[in-house]
Design a protein. Structure first.
Length: 331
């Protein structure tokens, strides 16, 4: 019998995302993650991380260190009594600087490769599974695999998905709310099954099955759709009711932080520059010339001409370093 699973993105879903993580000490669990995972496990789901890790292709982290990071994540969860069944990651990126990993991959979200592989290896029923993530790529991967999807949108920002990007089945502010959504859906399904069983028994005793079977199915479908619409309306009304006057300021600050994070990521994988390397070497020579100048000034047999020559070389090399820096910037 096939099993069901919860597929989880890693960064900004389970752990804080300061940029590209390249050290296990940078890991920090988001609030409520262990408790949410334990509740999902109690519902009978396999818990599987599916994460794009282009930092490997970009040369920011090795697969060995990435393995240590994931091992630390398992240890942190285990201390709280929560456990992951498996972790899948994609180290490839078409613009990577490491030749081995510079390629397109069906594993890289929004492609569903990691989910399909997990389903094959672990005998999973994707139609009974969920994907929880914080990006359009996560949602697309889940939908392409046939899973139900929940978008983690910490500030309910309508710009999180734009254009022709697919809409998730549900939206949550964090994994705790996502877990509650799954629990409600799980309970609703069980209640419908119990109701259907009672209706079937009643029909068998009193009415011809052929006359009542179709109306019963239609009623359950309408009830489920009405429940989903009601949940959506309640969530929206609650959000509007509790919106504070400074919500625009909070959203602006959040966007500024997101922009700074993106700038940090860009700086971390700036391409190697020969001009910058030469400029750095010349700058070291400048420092050496200045040290020689200081030594000559402190010498008992100080010669002014030697001091001036050393300063002249320092100035010359400093101009060369600046030139190389400028040339590098115009590349």
């Amino acid at each position: 019998m096939s099993k069901k699973a919860i597929f989880l993105d890693r960064d900004d879903t389970l752990i804080e995302d300061p940029g590209y993580i390249n050290d296990p000490d940078q890991l920090k669990l988001l609030d409520g993650v262990p408790e949410a995972l334990k509740e999902l496990k109690q519902l009978g789901y396999k818990l599987i991380v599916v994460s794009n890790q282009s930092a490997v292709a970009r040369g920011i982290v090795t697969e060995k260190v990435l393995g240590e990071i994931h091992e630390r994540l398992k240890q942190m969860l285990a201390k709280e009594g929560a456990y992951l069944d498996r972790i899948y990651y994609c180290p490839y990126h078409p613009e990577g600087v490491i030749q081995k990993y510079r390629k397109k991959s069906d594993y890289r979200k929004p492609n569903p490769g990691m989910l399909l592989t997990a389903a094959k290896e672990m005998d999973l029923d994707l139609s009974q599974s969920w994907l929880i993530g914080n990006s359009a790529g996560d949602i697309q991967a889940g939908q392409r695999a046939g899973c139900k999807t929940i978008l983690i949108n910490r500030h309910l920002d309508s710009t999180k998905l734009q254009g022709n990007q697919p809409n998730p089945d549900y939206t949550a502010v964090n994994i705790k709310e996502a877990t509650n959504i799954i629990k409600k859906s799980h309970g609703h399904i069980n209640n419908n099954e119990a109701t259907a069983n009672r209706d079937t028994t009643s029909q068998a005793e009193s009415l011809p099955p052929a006359e009542d079977t179709q109306p019963s199915v239609q009623h359950d479908s309408q009830t489920f759709e009405q429940t989903r619409q009601t949940e959506s309306e309640i969530r929206q009304a609650t959000h509007n009711q509790h919106e504070m006057p400074n919500s625009k300021t909070e959203q602006l600050l959040e966007r500024v932080l997101e922009q700074l994070k993106n700038m940090q990521r860009t700086d971390m994988f700036t391409e190697f520059s020969v001009m910058r390397l030469i400029a750095g070497i010349v700058q070291i020579i400048v420092l050496f010339c200045l040290l020689v100048t200081i030594w000559l000034l402190m010498s008992p047999a100080r010669q002014d001409s030697a001091v001036l020559i050393a300063l002249g070389f320092a100035l010359l090399f400093q101009m060369m370093a600046l030139t190389f820096y400028i040339m590098q910037g115009r590349k």
